[in-house]
Design a protein around this ligand. Structure first.
Ligand code: MF3
Ligand code: CO
Length: 256
């Protein structure tokens, strides 16, 4: 069953997802050559707690950190560590928060210093795939329409969609129904309705689609070693379309 949230619940979700977005934006600004993902993780946890939220990933099935930090051929679920980021790396930062029982989830992939043209194009295509997917979200659309939009855009650019990991419903748990694959046949899957809240998260590889999980039990990497990118927004289905709850480009006004 896919839960439809009341207007009051959507506001609670907007609050925690807005906080996640704001922290993610700060993390993006802190990414630089020489910075470690452990430093970014500490900053993320501090900022969430300052916002009265808790990390949503820490302790989830034993995951040890606040963010997932996935570099280069790492697809998702990279564990923060002490390796300084290097010029030319791409870094996926995935952040989840929990505030008064409601969950927020968002991810971006950013360049570290100057990156190759190939890396830059991967980021552009993956972000655009997420935007195409969000554009199909409205009442009456089907879950697989989302994945179909991702797949169409990604494959048109010669890249591959990761199939082992999916987007998800989100609300009073981090992962709720439905699962949202990043591929599919339009017109299939559950019908969307106003009040549903979805975390849409395409993972895209330059090379082949296949991934494997490293011996740490978490880090997913491309089998062929090719670069991978990941973007994620949490959106609420509205009467006319959807509202992105994790927008980062809102003006943050100073309190007076
Ligand atoms: N955004 C990812 C997800 O929704 C991150 C989960 S990391 C985990 O599935 F540690 F919580 F598993
Ligand atoms: Co997610």
């Amino acid at each position: 069953m896919i839960t439809c949230r009341s207007a009051a619940e959507i506001e609670r979700l907007a609050q925690v997802n807005g906080l996640v977005a704001q922290v993610l934006r700060e993390l993006m600004g802190a990414v630089a050559v020489g910075v470690t993902t452990r430093q970014l993780d500490a900053l993320a946890e501090r900022r969430l707690r300052e916002g009265r939220a808790e990390p949503a990933f820490k302790g989830y099935h034993g995951y040890p950190a606040t963010i997932c930090a996935s570099v280069n051929e790492q697809v998702i679920h990279g564990i923060p560590n002490d390796r300084p980021l290097q010029e030319g790396d791409i870094l996926s930062i995935d952040l989840g928060g929990k505030l008064e029982g409601y969950f927020g989830d968002s991810a971006v992939t950013v360049p570290v210093g100057r990156v190759s043209a190939d890396a830059d194009r991967l980021l552009t295509v993956t972000q655009a795939a997420l935007e195409r997917a969000i554009a199909v979200v409205r009442p009456g659309a089907r879950v697989h329409d989302i994945g179909a939009a991702v797949q169409q855009h990604v494959e048109a650019h010669g890249y591959a969609v990761v199939r082992e990991f999916v987007g998800h419903g989100i609300g009073t748990a981090l992962h709720e129904e439905p699962q949202i694959p990043n591929y599919g046949t339009p017109g299939r899957g559950s019908r969307l309705a106003a009040g549903m809240v979805l975390a849409i998260e395409p993972m895209v590889n330059i090379g082949k689609a296949a991934v494997k999980v490293l011996s740490d039990g978490w880090t997913a990497v491309t089998k062929d070693g090719s670069l991978s990118a990941h973007f994620e927004h949490t959106v609420a289905v509205t009467e006319t379309g959807c509202r992105i709850l994790t927008l980062r480009d809102q003006v943050v006004t100073e309190a007076v």
